[in-house]
Design a binder for this molecule. Sequence first.
Ligand SMILES: [Zn+2]
Length: 169
Amino acid sequence: MPTAKLRIDPWALARYHGELSGAFKCADLGRFAALVHDPGGVVRYELSFGLDEQHRPLVRGMVVAETAVICQRCLAPMDLKLTADVRLVGVRNDDEAKGLSGDFDPLLLTDQGESLATLVENELLLALSAAPTHPRGGDCRLPARYRASAAGTGRRPFAELARPKKQMK
Ligand SMILES: [Zn+2]
């Protein structure tokens, strides 16, 4: 079975303190791939499972994507290493999810198990900034067409409007 289709049982993994690690192709994670410039990258995950005091499944670990995105300031592609800290508690419903402490996000459990790809992808989507940009002082360069011409020596599109009205007749 391809990894992209793999379903996991967080209960069983938690009970046996299971660990999962591996990699997806970025292109296997459709919603994430649609947001990045280079869907050819690799996404690695390392997850460990356990139970909390209330015997709910805990998932902890890390998801790392090496990809490229479009800088939202200069619109040039830039390499991005995205790291998501995974801290999830398995919950059965919204009420349980609302009762969680701030350190953990809810993972809504179903009887059919969870898609590993979806779990990993959700973590990446949370970690991806809505408007990724080059770090300040880095490679960020506004494209020439957006750079303001302070000297003002170019065309004057409104010059014709300033023509004296007497020429109108
Ligand atoms: Zn930039």
